[in-house]
Design a protein around this ligand. Structure first.
Ligand SMILES: [Zn+2]
Length: 249
């Protein structure tokens, strides 16, 4: 999203409506786009369409399966249509657009099961924070989520579950996407974790993967084994066989 914001700034500098987008596949940015209808005399040159065209060119395929599109503003009907045609897996947008946004504001094109492809959509808002936290923190669990159920390091005198975690953030979430509720907070960070139990989506501002987060392993086990229902059937021997086979190819 930071890269998409960079594109939005470039669009603004060029005298366009400031919207930026990036397309990511397998954790790699494969295309960027910024609004350019004025300069290009092209009413379809929205940031998302520009980024989709570039991504399709890079992949050599108009289907963008496995891709996530990040855009700074809620997409319009044209861009949402293009994303559905491209079969983008997921769209993440920054600010809501009450005038032309069709990912929930004016209407929601993404929740029509009659359409042949479903793209997941996530909104919400992140702002530059004045407070930064880095290091040890005590996070309070909130809202009885599936992820944190029964997992705590200690309880407050009032019986609230607390987690000892390693936290790191500069920016802060100020609005959650539709369907999410607060899962954890600190005095300085009102949304340190959020959850959508129905869709089984969880997000945390702290690091569950480091040993400083005492219950980190328990949280990852809960997510991978219980919530995602993955089975722990992978062994190191498989890796050796796969790696040798790959080298021989
Ligand atoms: Zn658009």
């Amino acid at each position: 999203m930071a890269l998409a914001l960079e594109q939005a700034h470039l669009a603004a500098a060029a005298g366009e409506v400031p919207v930026g987008a990036v397309v990511v596949k397998n954790g790699q940015v494969i295309a960027t786009g910024r609004n350019a209808p004025i300069a290009s005399h092209d009413p379809t040159a929205h940031a998302e369409v520009v980024a989709l065209r570039e991504a399709a060119r890079v992949l050599g395929n108009y289907r963008l399966e496995g891709c996530t599109l990040y855009v700074t503003l809620e997409p319009c009907a044209m861009c949402s249509g293009a994303m559905l045609h491209a079969r983008v897996d997921r769209v993440v947008f920054g600010a809501n657009d009450s005038r032309t946004g069709v990912a929930g504001s004016v209407l929601n094109l993404f929740d029509h099961t009659q359409l042949n492809h479903q793209t997941q959509v996530a909104g919400g808002k992140v702002e530059a924070g004045t407070t930064r936290e880095f290091g040890y923190a005590e996070v309070r669990a909130h809202g009885h989520t599936e992820l944190l159920k029964g997992i705590e390091d200690f309880a407050t005198a009032e019986g609230q579950g607390m987690l000892k975690v390693w936290i790191r953030y500069g920016d802060k979430v100020t609005a959650m996407p539709a369907g999410f509720k607060v899962m954890a907070f600190t005095p300085a960070c009102p949304i340190a974790g959020m959850a959508d139990d129905a869709r089984r989506f969880y997000a945390v501002q702290f690091h569950p993967e480091v040993t400083h987060t005492v219950q980190g392993q328990a949280l990852l086990n809960r997510f991978v084994l219980d919530i995602c229902q993955a089975r722990p059937d992978w062994i190191m021997g498989d890796y050796i066989v796969e790696a040798v086979a790959k080298i021989r190819e």
